[in-house]
Design a protein. Structure first.
Length: 162
């Protein structure tokens, strides 16, 4: 099954897309909450993520609830991002919050649409150019260096306009 952004879920990943009352492998109703390791593919690369899920006590089948699929996709994207040395969704969110900005303010500061910031924080993988811009504008050392060579960008609220 292929999703947007190059995600492919490997058939033996054992992910339930609907709320299960029985194991789809053996029919057992004995599923217990557990941390499960699931495999998925992002842009042709295989990653394994751990997250809350369910394990069949009878045969060890692992699955997640359908409502947890967005979190699974975000975790996979973040594994890919880490491997590619891109900022993860949590790192982007953390940098925005460190600047005390809303998503709208952060988008304006970066020169992108607010939808881009929302997508990045929810797991869509940013391109290298956007990643570099986020780093440049949010890295304290880089920001200080920029001010010393005349490339100072005022933070929202520092010039009294926002």
């Amino acid at each position: 099954m292929e999703w947007a952004d190059g995600f492919t879920f490997v058939p033996f990943t054992h992910i339930g897309l609907v709320r299960m009352s029985r194991c789809i492998e053996c029919g057992s109703v004995e599923l217990r909450p557990a941390v499960v390791s699931l495999e998925g593919t992002v842009r042709g690369e295989i990653y394994i993520v751990e997250m809350k899920g369910l394990v069949c006590l009878n045969d060890g089948y692992k699955t997640i609830e359908g409502s947890d699929m967005p979190e699974f996709a975000r975790l996979l994207a973040d594994k890919y991002r880490s491997a590619q040395r891109l900022l993860t969704s949590e790192e982007i969110r953390s940098r925005r919050k460190r600047l005390n900005m809303s998503q709208q303010q952060f988008a304006h500061y970066l020169g992108v649409g607010v939808a881009s910031v929302k997508r990045w924080e929810m797991g869509k993988i940013q391109d290298r150019r956007c990643d570099d811009e986020i780093r440049r504008k949010t890295d304290a050392k880089a920001h200080i260096a920029d001010t010393r060579i005349g490339r100072f960008d005022l933070l929202p609220g520092t010039d009294g306009s926002m």
